[in-house]
Design a protein around this ligand. Structure first.
Ligand code: SF4
Length: 239
């Protein structure tokens, strides 16, 4: 996947159609819980099949035996940089997942955790595009999602997630090399994991213009992300 962090462009606004994304606070709580316990998330996809046709590599873990039993081994290859047994499912020339047959997932009941936990509202939450190569369908979807806010806190939380994503993009030099994801999905997920730092900093734009505070914010982000990862790891050892 190309590491493309461009803001959402006019071409993405081809067919403006408002899609209710739900109350932001409730969604954020649900998305963060899904990132920890990986029990899947409900997305009102309707007719959209963007995530199955947008040139995504689908990560499958060795413990997902039911899923692996339903996919031809020839379609899988070792996931670079991950422990043995972790594999990726690629996509064809049109960007489609090989399990996507006759306009639907042919293994829906056994689909990978990656697919169950995928929610393209993460991009609308973080204010970033899903990428360029083959992501037009998802970018349009991102443009059409519209969150509602039952409370002022919900609005503040959304601003904080966006501020976190902007800081990660614009202040990557404040982090140790390789700490800021170059992949749009991973960047949006990190912003959702650490948004609390910006809520605390009054969800400023991250533009502090003062190197010491940028470093301070970067340190706070890394601490928040480690804390979140530790919660997820603990959860996975218990269950
Ligand atoms: S496994 Fe199914 S849900 Fe996942 S990308 Fe492929 S077709 Fe879509």
């Amino acid at each position: 996947m190309r590491n493309d962090k461009r803001p959402i462009s006019s071409t993405d606004r081809v067919k403006k159609q408002v899609l209710p994304a739900g109350d932001f606070s409730s969604w954020l709580r649900c998305m963060r819980s899904t990132l920890i316990n990986e029990n899947g998330i409900d997305v009102n996809c309707g007719e959209c099949n963007g995530c199955c046709t947008s040139s995504y590599f689908i990560h499958i873990r060795p413990e997902e035996t039911l899923t692996l039993n339903h996919i031809n081994k020839k379609l899988l290859f070792a996931a670079p940089g991950l422990p043995e047994g972790n594999v990726l499912l690629g996509y064809d020339k049109k960007g489609c997942c090989p399990m996507y047959i006759e306009n639907k997932c042919s293994i829906y009941k056994y689909r990978p955790l990656t697919c169950r936990n995928y929610d393209c509202r993460i991009f609308a939450a973080a204010g970033v595009a899903a990428g360029d190569e083959g992501k037009a369908v998802i970018n349009r979807r991102i443009m059409n999602w519209k969150f509602s806010y039952l409370t002022k806190l919900g609005r503040d939380q959304h601003s904080a997630v966006k501020a976190a994503a902007m800081f990660l993009q614009e202040r990557s030099e404040s982090f140790p090399a390789g700490k800021v994801p170059t992949n749009p999905s991973q960047l949006a997920v990190l912003a959702i994991m650490v948004y609390g730092v910006f809520l605390k900093y009054k969800y400023g734009s991250g533009r502090t213009g003062n190197i010491s505070s940028d470093i301070k914010i970067a340190k706070a982000i890394m601490k928040a992300s480690e804390k979140f990862e530790a919660r997820a790891a603990k959860f996975r050892t218990i269950f």
